[in-house]
Structure formats: C-alpha cells, structure tokens
Design a protein around this ligand. Sequence first.
Ligand code: C2E
Ligand code: MG
Ligand code: MG
Ligand code: MG
Length: 283
Amino acid sequence: HAAEQDGTRWRLHDPSLTGQKEWNLSLLGELDEALDKGDIWVAYQPKMDLYSKELIGAEALVRWTHAVRGPVSPVEFVEMAEKHGRIDRLTDFVLNDALKVARSVLADKPDFRISVNISPSLLVSRDILDMVRGALARHEVDPTCLILEITETLAIAQNETPSLLMAEFRAMGIGLSIDDYGTGLSTLEYLRKIPATELKIDRRFTQDICTDKADRAVMRSTIQLAHALGMKAVAEGIETIEVISLLSRMGCDVGQGYYIARPMESKAFLARMAADVAQIRHG
Ligand code: C2E
Ligand code: MG
Ligand code: MG
Ligand code: MG
C-alpha cells in the first residue's frame, strides 16, 4: 500500500492505443478539474543533513492520481502544462501546498527548508516573483525557508531575464538550487553567473559511487566545486546505506533518496518530521 501511496508507480500507457497527442490533450483538459477534485496533490520527500543526520528539509513533488489512468508521471504532465500555458496554475498550487506544510513543520523545526521545483519556462516574466511573494505572504513563511529548484536549460543559459529574476529571489533571501546538476548544460560559466545556494547533483552520479571509480571522482570534485563556489552540495537518489556513508565521508552536505525516505503524502510526512524532532530532543 505504501508503494501506491507515494505515487511513484506510474501506470504506463500505450501510445499506439491512444496516440501521444490525444493523450496529452485529454489530460490537459482534465487538469483544472483534477486540481479542484484533489486528484493532483503534493508529495514530500525529506532531505537529510549528512553531518547531523537530522531531517532539515523536504522537496515538494507534484502527483496526479488519475481516476481512470492511475498515477501519471509528473515528467509527463509538467511538460504538457509547460507547453500549453498551464504551468502557472500548477506551480501556484504546489507552492501554496508546500508553504502550508512548511509553516506547520517550522513551528517545531525553525531551520526547516522547503524546496519547490520551478520550471525554467516560468523564468521569463516578473509574474513568477509575484506568485512566490504572494504565496509567502499568504502562509506567513519567511523567504529564507524556501528553496527554488531550477534545472538548467539552454533558455536559461542564453537569456538575461532568468538570471535577473534569480538575483531578485536571492535578494529576498530565497535559496536557489541547480537541479539535476551534471545532466544538462552545466557550463562553468553558467555556474558563475547563477547566484545559486546549492548544487543538486543528479542521481545518475550518486547511485554507483560505491562501485564505480569514475563516478566517485566526479562526485568528489563536484562537492569540492560546490564548496569552492560557496554552495551546499546536495546528492539526490541515495538508495543504500553504503552510498549515504560514503557521501558523508566525502563531505556532501545534504542527501535525499529512497534510503532516507520516499516521497509521501503530507500527513505521513508531518508525522515523520514530528518523530524526527522527538528523536533529537530525547536522543
Ligand atoms: P527532480 O526535481 O529531480 O526530483 C527528484 C526525482 O527523483 C523525483 O521524481 C523523486 O521521486 C525521485 N527520487 C527521489 N529519491 C530517489 C531515489 O532514491 N531513487 C530514484 N530512482 N529516484 C528518486 P518524480 O517525483 O517522479 O519527479 C520527476 C521530476 O518531475 C522532478 O525531478 C521534477 O523535474 C519534475 N517535477 C516534480 N514535481 C514538480 C513540480 O511541482 N513542478 C515542476 N516544474 N516540476 C516538477
Ligand atoms: Mg527537484
Ligand atoms: Mg533533481
Ligand atoms: Mg533528477
């Protein structure tokens, strides 16, 4: 039941039966209704401080449990929403859910940080600033408790607006994370230009560090690079105890992955955070 609840088991659809285009368009037509009905919801995956082993944050991950099709991958419907001008509404929904949850955790854990994924396609106008400011004010959450995770793309690297908007977010005190680092363009010029606070190394570099010498070298130098640029090093996709202990020894600051916790419903997540607080208070 837990595996179903975390929403990570996608039901595969057969494109030959539906046609990718029809599939996407019919999903698009259902997006608003799905948001209203609660079929679209937000899962939370804890992030761990690899020194103190404390759960210091979480990433908000959107989920769609479709009434007929079952769970649909966010990769699929986020891209569709981006293409058809619906990413604003989806992001606003996730942001508000995330800040509501964060507000509740912050009462017990003042150092807690909530991470929200921001599609690069939103970094084209000041609307995103208003959306984020509005949500922070509505839920009375300090901007320093929010981290925006942004995957680098050509559009971000080649235009002026995204880095200007990011600079404004930084000026507000909001954290910025370069998501899936190492998979996209990742030029060193980009790294210098973007005022990021954390480098989130993609899981394909994390997974085999115990067995693959080259992956281990890449991980070690990426952690050093992050630190040299004044950023935190975050590793995603930690699936074993061996990986987590090697990452700690390498000086990686923060970890996220199935070994620590799977993405879960807000209720289960809040219970897990409360248990973490109790454990720290009572040893
Ligand atoms: P991401 O931001 O890189 O998120 C991390 C992904 O890795 C999540 O997949 C998470 O469930 C998965 N993951 C976490 N730990 C492990 C692990 O130990 N092993 C493995 N194999 N996977 C792990 P998910 O939830 O399917 O999300 C996929 C992508 O969809 C995200 O990648 C992000 O790019 C996008 N996404 C999700 N929610 C949102 C959202 O609210 N807005 C936007 N714009 N994109 C979102
Ligand atoms: Mg992310
Ligand atoms: Mg990522
Ligand atoms: Mg990733």
